[in-house]
Design a binder for this molecule. Structure first.
Ligand code: AHR
Length: 599
C-alpha cells in the first residue's frame, strides 16, 4: 500500500460523511430509544372507534368482579378513547373483591425493566362517579412480587383529574408490569397512563444505554423519521409532523431532541404526497406544500414566527439547525414523484435558499432531469455485491449533486442476524465512499435499532430488549469511521491486490487538542492472512512513533460469527500497540478482518 502523506493530492472529507438513520421500525422508538414503559398508554392502539382492542393491557378479575370496556369519553379531543372499569365486587358484602383487588395491568413492551433503587414517574388521568381508591403497583411478570406500590385516593373525581406519583423500586425485574387495582365497587375511567424512569438522557426521555450507543458513533448527521414510515402504506397514515407536537396526551406520536443531543445535523425526510399504495396528483399537491414550509418554520423560525413560537412555547426557543430536507423516500419512478418534487423544491428554495434539498432519484450514473443539491442512494444486497459497490462512485459526477447513501446494509443469508461477513463488506463499501468523498456527502446504515421481540427488519445495528443491548459487527464497524468526518483523505494506492479482496484508505485527522494522527484502514475480505507492506511518502520527520501508535482489528474465528445477548463482545474492535513503525512497515491482516492503523 503506497500512501502519499504530503496532502498535495489530498481531499477534505465532509463533516457529515458518516451519520445515522433513525426510523420508527422494529420498535426502535416506542419500546426502544423512547424510555416510556407503558405500551398503549392512551388506549388508542385499537383505533379511534369503539368497541376497541386495549392490547397489551389485560384484565385482573373475572366476569363477576369486573367489566372492562372502552368508550369515547376522554377529555383529549385528538385521543378520544378512554378505558372504563365497572367494578362489581366490593371491599365487603356478598361479592367481595379478591385480596389483591381487580383492575388492569400493562406489561410494557415485552416487559418493563424495573431496577432496584430507581424511581419512576407515573402520570394518569382518572374519572369516577364516586370516590376512588386505586392501588398502583409495579410487580413481577405474573403479578406476584411487588417491586413498588402506592395508592391514589380521591373523594371527588367527577371531572377528569390528573394524578402524578413517583414510585421507587425495591427490587429488580426486567419483565415487570404496571397494575392498577381496586377493591371498591363503582365505575372508574382511566386515560393516558404513562410510566417513565426519571433518569433518562438529560431528562429528554431517551433510554440512557441505547442513547450512549448512538453517541459513541459520533454521527455527523441524523436522517429521520424514515424510511417507509414517512411514506405510510397509504397517505392517510403517512407521517404528519403536526400530530407530533403539543401536550403528549393529545398527540399520537412524538418528535424529540435527538439530533441536538447527539450534536448531529438533522436531515428531515418528508412525505411528498406519495405513499406505498396511493399518491396525490401534481395538479392537487399545492395543499401539501404549506405543511412542509410550516415544518421548516417550526424547526428554524424565531419565536416571532407562527410555528417558531409553537416550538418556543414547547420549551425550545433556539431554532434547530435544519439544513437538509429530503423529498420522500424511495419514491423516484412513481408517477407523480418528479412533478411533486419540483413543486416542493421551488417553494422551499424560495423561502429558504440555503436549505439543501435531496431527491429520491439516483444521480450516480448520469445527470438528474431535475434540480437537486443531493440525490438519495440505497443499497441492500449480498456481501459480495456490497463489497464490489465500493467502486460505484469512482465515475460519479463531481460537478452535479452529491450522493446521500442514506440506507446501506448487507441483507439475506450473508447477514444472518448481524454477521462479521456483512460488517466487512459494509466496511469495504464505506472505504469506497471515503475515497469518493468529493462525490458522496453522507452515508448511514439501516436500520439502526431492533427490539428483539419485533424483528420486522433484519439485520440491524443495535439489538435490545427491555434491559439489555448489544451492537452487531455492523455497529462496531462504524466505529472505524468516526474520526473520518472533517478529516483529510490522503491519496493511497494498493499496488498488488490478489483476488481484489483488499480495499484501503488513509486519512489524517486531529483530536480536540489539535494533535494530528494518520489512520490507515484496510479490509481483508478474503480467507487468507495477508502481509501488507506499507510505504508512506511525504511524512514530516519524526511524525510517527511507536508510542501511541496502535492497530485495531475487527475479526473472528468464523466469518458468520455474530454477537448476542449472551456474548455481546464476541466481535468488537480489539486494540494492540505496534512496535515496528516507520515510513516503510509491514502489517499482518487476519483473514476476514477490518484493520485500522493509527500512527
Ligand atoms: O430501513 C428499512 C427500510 O428499507 C426503510 O424503511 C426503507 O426506506 C427501505 O426500503
Amino acid at each position: 500500500l503506497f500512501v502519499n502523506a504530503s496532502e498535495v493530492s489530498a481531499k477534505t472529507i465532509p463533516e457529515t460523511l458518516f451519520g445515522i438513520f433513525f426510523e420508527e421500525i422494529n420498535h426502535a422508538g416506542a419500546g426502544g430509544l423512547w424510555a416510556e414503559l407503558v405500551s398503549n398508554r392512551g388506549f388508542e392502539a385499537g383505533g379511534p372507534n369503539i368497541p376497541s382492542n386495549i392490547d397489551p393491557w389485560s384484565v385482573i378479575g373475572n366476569e363477576s368482579s369486573l367489566i372492562v370496556s372502552t368508550d369515547r369519553s376522554s377529555r383529549f379531543e385528538r385521543n378520544k378513547i378512554a378505558l372504563r372499569m365497572d367494578v362489581l365486587c366490593d371491599h365487603d358484602g356478598a361479592n367481595m373483591c379478591p385480596a389483591g383487588g381487580v383492575g388492569i395491568y400493562n406489561p410494557g413492551f415485552w416487559g418493563m425493566n424495573i431496577e432496584q433503587g430507581k424511581t419512576y414517574k407515573l402520570v394518569l388521568y382518572a374519572r369516577s362517579l364516586g370516590p376512588i381508591d386505586v392501588s398502583v403497583s409495579l410487580t413481577g411478570s405474573n403479578g406476584s412480587q411487588t417491586l413498588a406500590t402506592t395508592n391514589i385516593v380521591a373523594s371527588d373525581v367527577s371531572n377528569w383529574t390528573k394524578f402524578e406519583v413517583t414510585l421507587q423500586a425495591k427490587g429488580t425485574d426486567p419483565n415487570s408490569r404496571l397494575q392498577l387495582t381496586t377493591i371498591r365497587k363503582g365505575v372508574i375511567w382511566f386515560d393516558q397512563v404513562s410510566l417513565m424512569p426519571t433518569d433518562t438522557y438529560k431528562g429528554h426521555g431517551f433510554r440512557n444505554d441505547l442513547f450512549d450507543m448512538l453517541k459513541k458513533l459520533k454521527p455527523g448527521f441524523i436522517r429521520f423519521p424514515g424510511g417507509c414510515f414517512v411514506e405510510g402504506e397509504w397517505l392517510r397514515n403517512a407521517f404528519r409532523w403536526k400530530e407530533t407536537i403539543g401536550p403528549w396526551e393529545e398527540r399520537p406520536g412524538h418528535f424529540g431532541d435527538l439530533a441536538e443531543d447527539l450534536g448531529a445535523a438533522p436531515v428531515w425526510v418528508f412525505n411528498n404526497g406519495v405513499s406505498h399504495n396511493d399518491q396525490v396528483d401534481t395538479s392537487a399537491i399545492a395543499p401539501f406544500i404549506p405543511e412542509i414550509l410550516d415544518g421548516i418554520e417550526f424547526a428554524r423560525g424565531d419565536a416571532k414566527t407562527k410555528w417558531g413560537s409553537v416550538r418556543a412555547a414547547m420549551g425550545h426557543p433556539e431554532p434547530f439547525d435544519l439544513k437538509y430536507v429530503a423529498v420522500g423516500n424511495e419514491d423516484c419512478g412513481k408517477k407523480n414523484y418528479v412533478g411533486n418534487y419540483l413543486k416542493f423544491y421551488a417553494a422551499i428554495k424560495n423561502a429558504y435558499p440555503d436549505i439543501k434539498i435531496i431527491s429520491n432519484c439516483d444521480g450516480s450514473s448520469g445527470p438528474l432531469d431535475h434540480p437537486a443539491d443531493m440525490y438519495d442512494y440505497h443499497i441492500y444486497s449480498s456481501a459480495n455485491s456490497v463489497f464490489a459497490t465500493a467502486q460505484k462512485f469512482d465515475k460519479a459526477s463531481r460537478s452535479g449533486p452529491k450522493a446521500f447513501v442514506s440506507e446501506y446494509a448487507v441483507t439475506g443469508n450473508d447477514a444472518g442476524k448481524g454477521s462479521l461477513l456483512a460488517a466487512l463488506a459494509e466496511a469495504g463499501f464505506l472505504i469506497g465512499l471515503e475515497k469518493n468523498c468529493d462525490a458522496v456527502e453522507m452515508a448511514s446504515y439501516a436500520p439502526l435499532f431492533v427490539n428483539t421481540n419485533d424483528r420486522t427488519w433484519n439485520p440491524d445495528a443495535i439489538v435490545f430488549d427491555s434491559s439489555q443491548m448489544y451492537g452487531t459487527p455492523s455497529y462496531w464497524m462504524q466505529h472505524f469511521f468516526i474520526e473520518s468526518n472533517g478529516a483529510t483523505l490522503l491519496s493511497s494506492t494498493l499496488q498488488a491486490n490478489p483476488s481484489n479482496s483488499l480495499i484501503a484508505s488513509a486519512i489524517t485527522w486531529k483530536d480536540t487538542e489539535d494533535k494530528k494522527y494518520l489512520r490507515i484502514k484496510v479490509v481483508n475480505f478474503g480467507s487468507d492472512t495477508v502481509k501488507l507492506q506499507i510505504s508512506i511518502d511525504g511524512l514530516e520527520p519524526n511524525s510517527i512513533q511507536a508510542s501511541g501508535s496502535r492497530k485495531t482489528e475487527l475479526t473472528s474465528a468464523n466469518v458468520m460469527d455474530e454477537n448476542s445477548f449472551g456474548v455481546p463482545d464476541k466481535i468488537t474492535p480489539i486494540k494492540n500497540g505496534v512496535d515496528d513503525v516507520g515510513e516503510d512497515m509491514d502489517i499482518v491482516l487476519s483473514p476476514h478482518s477490518l484493520t485500522s492503523l493509527d500512527l
